[in-house]
Structures are given as C-alpha cells and as structure tokens.
Write a protein that binds this ligand. Structure first.
Ligand SMILES: Nc1ncnc2c1ncn2[C@@H]1O[C@H](COP(=O)(O)OP(=O)(O)OP(=O)(O)O)[C@@H](O)[C@H]1O
Length: 234
C-alpha cells in the first residue's frame, strides 16, 4: 500500500496553547479515513496543522514521502492537498461558476472533464450555475466547497465536518456523494456524525484531548458500542 499522508507524534500549538499532543495517522492511496472524537478533541486543528494553518512544534507530516512541515499553505495546496474547511470558504459575491473556475489550477481538458463530473455529481450546482453563492443553502454551499477540491489533481482531500448544520436528508445525500467520490479519491474526513462517517470511511482514528487514542476498521467500531460511548458520546 502507498502511504499518501502520514503524521507521526504530531504536536502543534496556537499561541500559548499546545493543542495537538501526539497525533499518529496514516492514509494510504485510495482510502477514505474518518477522524472521530468529541467536541474540542482537536480534529479541526489536526487538518489545519496539516495545511500549515496551525504551527507544528514537533513530529512529522509526510505527504507522499515528502515532509510538509513548515511549508507555506499555498504550497501545500499545490503539492496536492485539497482542503474543504468547516466554514466552506466559498466566495459569496461570486457565482457558482466563478467559485469553481477560480479554484482551477488549469483549464485543460482533464480539468474541464473533472468539472463536468462534479456537476453531474451535484446537479444542484449545475442548475444554479450562474447564481451567486450567497443565494445557496448550507447543503449547496458544502457541495460547492467539496466540488472545488475535486477539480484539481489532488493526492488527498481533507474534509472538515461536512454534515455540520445540515438537515438529516441533506446529510444523507451528501453521504452518497462522498461515497461516490471516495471511489476515485483519497479522503481524510473529520466528522461527528457517526452515520455519515460509517457511510464513507473504511478505517478510523479517534482523537481525544489532542492525541490519537484508537484506530481500526469502521466495521469493528460499529460493533464496539463501549468504545463509541467512551470516545464519541454515542
Ligand atoms: N484559536 C485558538 N486559540 C486557543 N485555543 C483554540 C483555538 N482554536 C481551537 N482551540 C482549542 O483547541 C482545542 C481543539 O479544537 P478543535 O476545533 O480542533 O476541536 P474539534 O475536535 O475540531 O472540535 P469541534 O468539533 O467542536 O470543532 C479546543 O480545546 C479548542 O478550544
């Protein structure tokens, strides 16, 4: 198996606070991995640390065998990490089309084919293609944010809690789309919605108080109600 992203003993900090205190995660090519844990466990900070938005104090982050610690965020993105932040990061005053095109590194045939595939995956975006992003619902904004990460030749896509604030029926649709995406992309998904994580991922890591405390297959976790209760509050 080819390791696409690997962190070892990752420690990171914001100001005076050490937030991550030892995170060990490995994502292999083609896998969909869920990062689970309670509120405030450090899941968002983990993704931000990978992206260079939060400073690493010690430990390693390897992307496809190359260290990305200390590399500027824009460069990390260009090295092949697509990032879908919790707050979507879409431009409200731009149309869907403009939001998508601004995210494209190239406008070659491969990229335009990817755009067509993304619009097939999320027909809502196709219908509202010329509308301003600010007119979209939360679910549609999430779809737009995910779509942008799919347009380029990324090695891995980090998705931060896509279900947040969405209605159950929208989460279900999103789960189906993410499952489809996971057939062709490598995904690292932060998610509190256990059902969505189970629908998309095959393996998981649990972060608690800034550390990875458990990992395994989603199949085993579904059976382990004790572990779910202890770390996920289910
Ligand atoms: N800018 C900041 N300054 C100080 N502490 C922060 C900052 N951002 C996050 N933290 C703290 O870091 C810890 C981890 O936060 P993080 O957002 O990564 O958790 P999370 O697991 O993603 O939870 P949630 O699902 O609630 O977003 C929390 O205790 C939080 O209060």
């Amino acid at each position: 198996m080819t390791s696409i992203l690997k962190t070892e003993d990752l420690v990171s900090y914001i100001g005076l606070y050490t937030i991550l205190q030892g995170v060990n995660v490995e994502v292999n090519k083609g896998e969909a991995i869920a990062i689970l844990g309670r509120n405030g466990a450090g899941k968002t900070t983990f993704l931000k640390t990978i992206m260079g938005l939060v400073n690493t104090r010690s430990g390693s982050i390897m992307l496809d065998g190359e260290s990305i610690v200390g590399v500027p965020t824009y460069h990390i993105a260009k090295k092949g990490i697509g990032y879908v932040p919790e707050d979507y990061g879409v431009f409200d005053e731009l149309t869907i089309e403009e939001n998508l095109k601004i995210a494209m590194w190239k406008e070659d045939k491969v990229t335009l084919d990817r755009l067509a595939r993304v619009l097939d995956l999320f027909p809502d975006l196709k219908i509202a293609y010329k509308r301003l992003a600010k007119t979209l619902s939360g679910g549609q904004r999430q779809m737009l944010s995910i779509s942008r990460a799919l347009l380029n030749d990324n090695k891995i896509i980090l998705i931060d809690e896509p279900s947040k604030g969405l209605a159950p029926v929208v989460i279900e649709r999103l789960g189906l789309a993410l499952r489809e995406i996971s057939k062709e992309s490598t995904i690292l998904l932060v998610e509190q919605n256990f059902a969505l994580a189970c629908a998309v991922a095959s393996r998981y890591y649990i972060i608690d108080e800034g550390r990875t405390v458990h990992d395994g297959t989603i199949k085993d976790l579904i059976k382990d109600t004790e572990l779910q209760a202890k770390h996920l509050g289910i």
